[in-house]
Design a protein around this ligand. Sequence first.
Ligand code: FPP
Length: 235
Amino acid sequence: MRIPTTTFTKLPNHVAIIMDGNGTWAKKRGLPRTMGHRQGAKTLLEVVKASQSIGIKYLTVFAFSTENWSRPQEEVDYLMKLPFEFLAQYQDDFQKSEIKFQAIGKIDDLPEPLQAKIKEVEQQSLNNTGLNLIVAVNYGGHEEIVHACNQLLKQNKNMITEADFVAQLYTNNIPDVDLLIRTSGQMRISNFLLWQIAYSEIYFTEVLWPDFHKKELIKALKAYESRDRRFGGIK
Ligand code: FPP
């Protein structure tokens, strides 16, 4: 028997996710917070595969914010190790399935081995034509905007356009976000993609990130399908 696949009348081109609730997921099980992040990385892989099979073109996930350095050292160390391991483990699969990887954020401040792995996988996957997977590490919306301003100052212009500004964002080659998802019941943006979400549809769910399986992604996409996007105009 053929299992029917879910079809959508419209799909977001760019989905961004604040993967929240790893710590809570672990606490509920009497596990250390790091185990919640480990499970979160497994969920990320599932969501990457699901997004690809559904036909989403851009997926951006928030792995570490410029504010996350204030967490206990053990957790920070683990959160730095996870993306390295994730990339090392799946970089060959990314090549096979044509996934194009990119990291955004203040990459220069990350541990050397992670910086090197990011560069390697970005280079390796540069010409891939499948899903664009963008991982925000040491990313903060404020930092990105100030960084863009400083880049523009170097150009000695006395006036800039929106296009000039966008060209200096870490996401300069990436379209704006259509659907922003945040798990774990928190209803805030937490300094994520501030410029890029100006007209995003936002979907909040109580589900903790490690429990955000393919069917939860489909629910979010179905919610998006029913939204009436106007971009400030009227119909
Ligand atoms: C927020 O949950 C989550 C993070 C700060 C880290 C997200 C990281 C992952 C999902 C790991 C996988 C990433 C890669 C790139 C492999 P929280 O810890 O703040 O949860 P809480 O609000 O329940 O405490």
